[in-house]
Write a protein that binds this ligand. Structure first.
Ligand code: C5P
Length: 404
């Protein structure tokens, strides 16, 4: 599990490309936004620009070697990986992109990228033929699937004389992508907990039970709550998504882990939004060794997992509870049964199956509460989350004033 406080610490990784000469300006632009910038350079980067320049503009010591004992004693590489709220690699060379895609950790920067839980963005910069090469394109695709944000490259004239795609985006544009989220005070001072993604229930050391949830809806809800001014803790099952800026993320695996994480933080939360597709069953006994195939059929005994929402709902002091109901049929009836059965304040229902909702970027919801309902029409999960959070804030404020 990883916790991070909401602040703006940007780790700027510079790799060995000619576009590195633009990095002092990039550091300046990022600092204008109020970010603290820690620069880490590869050996290649030092061929193009000096540490002294970057130290002067960032105001922080520049790191480049993993085996620098003095620097490690001041802030070790794992500490540095934890310090970062976001990592930006600019310029990102074809070689560094390949290292990142394949999980190599041969120097300080690549090690940090493996060790961090912070979202990583890369600004590729290279010769157009290197960018177009299938190996580079495959690496970039792999990184995108893993949640790395790829900024650029732009097209135009290159330092080598070629013309084409491969120029690093300009510092001002890159800094624009790193801008902090514009927040309102709709839920200022409110602490919210969000569960997201699937859970993974172990069967034996190599197998598990899971489901098709991507976590996209839950991450979008966490982001929208944060944009509405709330302090957000996101408890996530195994997903390939970047942690939205400003949000504290706790990574969990099973339903039992998720319940423990929620219980550890529910005490001071005023709102719980449970978007997670929690597995309903887990193996009654987890085998310590790989189960061998032998008989023609195999029965697996399953046991119920804890119901996280119902457990929290049974507490004497309950936060405002929002559940999700993903149903293949009878959506409204099933949602209303859950609203009453789990004593929820709101439930957001949607139809799943036939290619709907799961792992898609858009969705539609019908939201129910005691005495009311509202349709939220098909749109991107991000927009939908924004509308849902508006409704949550209205209903939450209404229950607050009713109980005052
Ligand atoms: O009962 P059902 O799984 O359909 O209820 C869905 C809602 O309950 C969702 O909000 C889901 O996150 C939550 N839930 C939970 N713990 C479980 C099962 C579901 O918190 N074990």
């Amino acid at each position: 599990m990883k916790s991070s406080k909401p602040s703006r610490n940007i780790l700027l990784g510079i790799t060995g490309g000619i576009a590195a000469y633009k990095c002092p300006d990039l550091v300046r632009r990022l600092r204008e936004q109020g970010a603290q910038v820690h620069v880490v350079m590869t050996r290649g980067a030092r061929e193009f620009i000096t540490e002294q320049t970057l130290q002067a503009v960032s105001g922080l010591p520049v790191r480049s070697e993993l085996w620098d004992h003095a620097a490690e004693a001041a802030m070790g590489h794992i500490e540095l990986a934890r310090w970062a709220d976001e990592i930006l690699i600019a310029p990102a060379t074809a070689d560094f992109i390949a290292q990142l895609a394949h999980g190599l950790a041969g120097d300080l920067l690549s090690t940090l990228c493996l060790a961090t839980q912070a979202p990583v963005s890369i600004a590729p910069a290279m010769n157009q033929a290197m960018w177009a090469h299938p190996a580079t394109q495959a690496n970039v695709e792999l990184l995108k699937r893993r949640g790395v944000r790829v900024l650029g490259p732009a097209a135009g004239e290159q330092a080598c004389g070629d013309v084409g795609l491969g120029r690093m985006l300009e510092p001002l544009e890159l800094a624009g992508y790193m801008l902090p989220v514009q927040r309102t005070d709709l839920l200022a001072g409110v602490k919210a907990l969000v569960t997201a993604g699937p859970t993974r229930e172990r069967i034996d050391p190599v197998r598990f039970i899971t489901n098709r949830s991507s976590g996209k809806m839950g991450f979008a809800v966490a982001e929208a709550l944060y944009a509405a001014g709330a302090e957000v803790v996101l408890v996530s099952g195994p997903v390939h998504l970047m942690t939205p800026a400003g949000i504290e993320r706790m990574n969990v695996e099973s339903a039992a882990d998720m319940l423990a994480a929620v219980q550890s933080r529910i005490g001071d939360a005023q709102i719980l939004v449970a978007t997670a597709a929690v597995s309903d069953y887990c193996a009654a006994n987890v085998a310590s060794r790989k189960i061998k195939k032998s008989a023609a059929s195999l029965s697996l005994e399953l046991a119920r997992t804890p119901d996280i929402l119902a457990t929290i709902s049974a507490n004497e002091k309950r936060p405002f509870l929002v559940g999700f109901a993903a149903e293949t049929d009878d959506v409204e009836r099933n949602a209303l049964v859950k609203l009453a059965g789990k004593r929820l304040d709101m439930i957001a229902a949607n139809k799943v199956g036939d290619g709907l909702a799961f792992d898609k970027d858009d969705n539609a919801l019908t939201v129910y509460w005691n005495g009311g309902r509202q349709e939220l029409c098909l749109c991107s999960k991000r927009d939908l989350a924004g509308q849902l959070v508006q409704l949550i804030a209205e209903r939450y404020r209404a229950t607050q004033s009713a109980s005052a």
